[in-house]
Design a protein around this ligand. Structure first.
Ligand SMILES: [Zn+2]
Ligand SMILES: [Zn+2]
Ligand SMILES: [Zn+2]
Length: 348
């Protein structure tokens, strides 16, 4: 089959209302850049130096319980505080605005075993993580001043993760952060102008095109978005219209655990490494308004480009102009479709 879009072009991201430049002809150019360190999976189930392992003391002084399942706690070095001091500085100019930012930052350990990841956990082990995320969304989102609950995970030193222990973070804020705020505007406009949900329409369009879907189960679609910026960026989108995790039924929660496990496994198998990424869920703000426009999804933003050690940098034109990619989203989806769903590094 002849490849399409093999010339410089730009693609519209309707969810973020921005463009990405695609330059497929550049994939032939020689690489003389950085060759990083190949990451090897962590092999020890318990690390006495790890501040997230059961029973260990954290740097802040607190001790973890000898937890056997999920464990969450308020971040010892939180970027946001629930009761920050009131602002006393008056702005000297309308161009020098600022305001107090309130938030609550938590850490959620997925499993007591230090050596595991979403890729190497079983679907049955991931399901309680989905339930815990749902509980945290409800609890934190239920606090009257919290307007958004951002659940995310940084995986791998390349993404700045300081600890390989399987864990994620939950930053809940007294404001809607920029990314979900932009997606709220886009989804609201699409609903108002078409009468349809933007991502319901997008899922249908991707199913019709059948070029960028990595896999689907009964409840979720994994797709390299038309507008992907990162080489192997993937979106997990619920196939039914719903706004947030508490609306997932029992079978859909199993479906999410299944999709997370299968996607993370394909990522690891792509370059036979513990694949680094930032992933996170986007869901309805908890700002007290109705959000019929919101459609639940997750973004995976992995930095790797062509091997376990060669990463993509966002520099130059991308910082000053707009994001740019070489490999097309269609080729990236094909590469991920070609990967096995059996992990290259099996558990004993
Ligand atoms: Zn640990
Ligand atoms: Zn929808
Ligand atoms: Zn999003």
């Amino acid at each position: 089959m002849e490849k399409k879009w093999q010339y410089p072009h730009r693609r519209w991201n309707p969810l973020r209302q921005s463009w990405v430049l695609v330059s497929p002809h550049r994939t032939q150019r020689p690489w003389q850049g950085e060759v990083g360190q190949k990451s090897t999976p962590s092999a020890v189930p318990y690390d006495e130096q790890c501040y997230l392992c059961p029973g260990n003391q954290r740097a802040g002084g607190a001790s973890n319980p000898a937890y056997e399942g999920i464990f969450s706690f308020v971040n010892d070095y939180a970027a946001l505080l629930p009761e920050p001091p009131a602002a006393t500085e008056a702005p000297l100019s309308p161009l020098l605005q600022g305001e107090v930012a309130r938030g609550l930052c938590k850490v959620l350990c997925y499993h007591p075993d230090h050596s595991l990841t979403l890729a190497r956990m079983t679907r049955e082990e991931i399901r309680p993580v989905v339930d815990a995320w749902t509980r945290e969304y409800l609890e934190l989102g239920g606090i009257d001043w919290i307007e958004y609950v951002q659940i995310f995970e940084n995986r791998g030193a390349m993404m700045g993760a300081s600890n390989p222990h399987p864990h994620g973070q939950i930053w809940s804020t007294g404001f809607v952060p920029d990314e979900p705020a932009a997606e709220t505007v886009a989804q609201r406009e699409h609903l108002a102008s078409t009468g349809h949900c933007l991502l319901c329409d997008y899922v249908a369009a991707e199913q019709a095109a059948a070029e960028r879907i990595v896999f689907q189960n009964e409840h979720f679609m994994a797709v390299v978005p038309w507008w992907a910026v990162w080489p192997f960026e993937v979106m997990l989108v619920s196939r039914r219209h719903l706004g947030a995790m508490p609306e997932l039924n029992d079978a859909e929660r199993d479906g999410l655990a299944d999709a997370l496990n299968r996607l993370a496994t394909r990522f690891d198998n792509l370059f036979e490494t513990s694949f680094p990424y930032t992933m996170g869920f986007h869901q309805s703000p908890t700002d007290g308004s109705e959000h019929p426009e919101w459609h639940f999804h997750a973004h995976f933003y992995p930095p790797l480009l062509r091997s376990a050690t060669v990463r993509k940098f966002m520099v130059g034109f991308e910082m000053l102009g707009m994001p740019q990619r070489d490999i097309t989203p269609e080729d990236a989806a094909q590469r991920l479709r070609d990967c096995s769903e059996t992990h290259f590094w099996p558990r004993d």
